[in-house]
Design a protein around this ligand. Structure first.
Ligand SMILES: *[C@@H]1O[C@H](CO)[C@@H](O)[C@H](O)[C@H]1NC(C)=O
Ligand SMILES: *[C@@H]1O[C@H](CO)[C@@H](O)[C@H](O)[C@H]1NC(C)=O
Ligand SMILES: *[C@@H]1O[C@H](CO)[C@@H](O)[C@H](O)[C@H]1NC(C)=O
Ligand SMILES: [Zn+2]
Length: 333
């Protein structure tokens, strides 16, 4: 079943130490998304998350990291990323569904699975709430370039310096650069940061870009048949639920091995987002010079706008995604 290569990459997965966007990045994605929810999506989010999460995607976005290494949830650890086996140092960036998610256990299949499950009325409230929390989180992770990169375990194995402190490349992108930006420019407040990104989408520098971020918004078109089905129109919630279920299949085996053979087809849009995110590995992420501090100077100046953009974009996409599922349309300008 498992080839040598996928067994090796499973070992790499097991060894992968760091989280995701740190808490700040995930919370920011959730807070941005919350501002763009259409009525039915908002109603579902509020009732599903309830007071436990202050009815907020911002608060609920970090749950997935908090359970990742706990009993009963360790299967979820490989779902926070996709190991793109490309060559970012030689300027060749790419993501391939078959090459990089061949065992069916990666962020691409996870998003497909939880897109189906969040809409599935036959599941319990708890199961649908978990599906929502996984989507809230994974739509954030997929925007972090090093979550779509296999090289040196997504940069975890590359030593780096951030603000004079030792860290690694992955962690600098998850946390270090963003934390400094929020400390320096947003009074150390993630809600202030998210509000600034939201304002940029509504009336600032991102306004003219936002429409393009939704060029892909079908929650049903499978990645493999993306071209044929890209223009699948919005569906009513009932029909959509049926077709979502049809795509992934009714069976939801519990063990990783069973999951691997269950062959969930990744959806078209997450693959598009992954490619966009992975491209930054070539253009920005690996362009540091030896001994450069990643959280000061030219590298920092180059990285901050990418991180701001990716967080704003994924927040907006998360809202659109939930709007398509619950309101039948992205419901965004
Ligand atoms: C909960 O949400 C309300 C309304 O969105 C907000 O005003 C309040 O600050 C939030 N509280 C916490 C603890 O996040
Ligand atoms: C962020 O804060 C730093 C330090 O106060 C300042 O030099 C920089 O211009 C600010 N950047 C933005 C985008 O506001
Ligand atoms: C889909 O998600 C459920 C709930 O987390 C999980 O039990 C199931 O194994 C997943 N299915 C696949 C094929 O990954
Ligand atoms: Zn994560």
């Amino acid at each position: 079943m498992f080839s040598v290569i996928s067994s090796l990459s499973l070992l790499a997965i097991a060894a992968r130490p760091a989280a995701a966007w740190g808490n700040l990045g995930h919370e920011a994605v959730g807070y941005v998304a919350q501002e763009f929810l259409a009525p039915s999506a908002l109603a579902f989010v509020q009732s599903s998350l309830g007071s436990t999460y202050n009815e907020s995607l911002g608060v609920a976005a970090t749950w997935a990291d908090s359970v990742k290494y706990t009993k009963g949830y360790t299967w979820s650890a490989p779902l926070h990323f996709v190991d793109a086996e490309d060559s970012p140092l030689s300027g060749s960036c790419s993501v391939s569904e078959s090459r990089d998610c061949g065992d069916g256990d990666c962020i691409l299949t996870a998003i497909a699975n939880y897109t189906t499950r969040v809409a599935q009325t036959s599941l319990s409230k708890t199961q649908r709430q978990e599906a929502l929390k996984w989507l809230d989180h994974y739509l954030g992770d997929i925007g972090q370039p090093l979550h779509v990169e296999a090289y040196e375990v997504g940069g975890n194995d590359i030593d780096a310096t951030c603000n004079g402190k030792s860290t690694n490349l992955h962690s600098a992108w998850d946390t270090g650069i963003l934390t400094k930006n929020i400390d320096d420019n947003y009074s150390s407040s993630v809600t202030t940061y998210a509000a600034a990104l939201t304002a940029k989408i509504k009336s600032g520098a991102y306004k003219s870009l936002a429409d393009g971020w939704l060029a892909c918004a079908s929650t049903t078109a499978p990645a493999s048949k993306a071209k044929a089905r890209r223009f699948l129109g919005p569906l009513s919630t009932e029909t959509e639920t049926d077709s979502l279920v049809g795509l992934v299949g009714a069976a939801t085996p519990a063990t990783p091995k069973a999951r691997a053979s269950a062959a969930i087809t990744p959806l078209a849009c997450p693959l598009v987002w992954a490619k966009e995110s992975n491209a930054y590995c070539c253009s920005v992420v690996f362009t540091y010079t030896t001994d450069q501090d990643l959280c000061t100077g030219t590298y920092y100046t180059k990285a901050v706008p990418v991180i701001d953009l990716q967080i704003a974009k994924q927040g907006y996409r998360l809202a659109a995604w939930l709007n398509v599922i619950f309101d039948g349309d992205t419901s965004l300008p």
